[in-house]
Write a protein that binds this ligand. Structure first.
Ligand SMILES: CCC(=O)NCCS(=O)(=O)O
Length: 349
């Protein structure tokens, strides 16, 4: 039995799973999203490059990916520090920090944040979407990629001794590229060796999550120990959602706080409101999936921080939980979603 077995691995070391408390399973504390810059709508070029002002905050909410400045979350560590203190005060205990290679993971910053705030931070191993893969990454075999992920968990990543506690978010697009498929197979192999949690960023198509599961399963992955992220912008039809849920992964609604009219990466998508997200959670609970739901905000741009008029990391605890209780999700079920499900997922086999 490995020394990781039965434990959760944070950036400060192994902890007993009971220590985590309420856990957001998909956040970013420091990262760059420059890889996904999207040009502003015609006529909005000037506001897109203006320094941040209060009068731009609504524009940024509608066009978060069209301001280079907004994509540099790594510049806001002081604000994130304060928001983590507020998160603890609101009853939060842990955060899974999903930044992987390609979007500027900063493990020393995560370790410092964990030390200074007392929030348990679990860091992610592996690779983001294809457009961020380096030439080296593209050339690597499944075995080599898997060895690197195993080493990031067992020994530390990015030339530090800071160890990752999950594999992911592993980035995939639609269709899944050859390089992304290799990374997925490598993640499954690493998971088999380590008995560790895995988390996936699927492409923006309703068929994408099931295709990822198929690839992971074929490579021996443990789907019951895998989180499928971003379902709120991916599967809308309730029948299709139940078909996907049957495959056995955790079902993650992780864009709480993000409300926008035009989702630039896929204009076919109507980004749901928080009320609609809660309705979908209530539906899944009614269908018997209360042991499979996890939730988060996936903060990945500056405008979502409280410092810039955003909702911050405490929005779910302060605003969404009361709404869940109003919509027939019991306190016991809320606790499963925020405490028990993340704990079971994050505990090494
Ligand atoms: C790095 C953060 C991330 O990938 N977030 C998901 C954004 S979206 O694909 O849902 O637009």
């Amino acid at each position: 039995m490995s020394k990781l077995s039965g434990k959760v691995q944070t950036v400060l070391g192994l902890v007993d799973p009971e220590q985590l408390g309420r856990t957001m399973t998909h956040e970013h504390l420091t990262m760059s999203f420059e890889c996904c810059y999207f040009p502003p709508p015609p006529g909005d070029e000037a506001v897109a490059v203006d320094p941040f002002h209060m009068q731009h905050m609504h524009w940024l909410r509608q066009n978060p990916y069209s301001s280079h400045e907004n994509l540099l979350l790594q510049q806001e560590t002081a604000a994130v520090h304060d928001e983590l203190l507020a998160y603890r005060k609101a009853g939060g205990g842990a955060i899974v920090e999903n930044t992987t290679a390609g979007i500027e993971r900063d493990l020393p910053a995560l370790r410092q944040l964990a030390k200074d705030t007392g929030v348990h931070i679990i860091a992610g191993a592996g690779y983001y979407v294809d457009c961020t893969h380096t030439e080296d990454t593209r050339k690597m075999s499944v075995e080599k990629l898997s060895d690197i992920m195993v080493s990031e968990v067992l020994h530390g990543a990015d030339n530090t001794d800071i160890r990752c506690g999950v594999i992911g978010e592993i980035g995939t697009g639609w269709p899944i590229t050859e390089s992304e498929a290799r990374v997925l197979r490598a993640a499954a192999h690493a998971q088999t060796k380590l008995g560790c949690p895995v988390i996936i960023h699927p492409g923006r198509n309703p068929a994408a999550p099931a295709e990822v599961v198929r690839i992971l399963q074929e490579a021996g992955g443990d789907i019951g120990k895998t989180v499928m992220s971003h379902l709120d912008r991916t599967i809308f039809d309730h029948g299709e959602l139940l078909e996907f849920a049957k495959l056995g992964s955790y079902l993650e609604y992780d864009l709480f706080g993000m409300e926008m009219l035009n989702y630039p990466y896929n204009l076919v998508v109507d980004m749901p409101s928080d009320s609609q997200r809660v309705k979908t959670l209530a539906f899944l609970v009614k269908e018997g999936y209360e042991d499979k739901i996890v939730i988060a905000h996936d903060i990945h741009t500056k405008n979502r921080l409280v410092k810039f008029g955003g909702h911050g990391y405490s929005h779910i605890l302060k605003n969404i939980v009361p709404k869940m209780l109003l919509r027939d999700i019991s306190q016991h079920q809320v606790d499963k979603i925020l405490i028990d499900n993340p704990k079971h997922w994050l505990t090494f086999k």
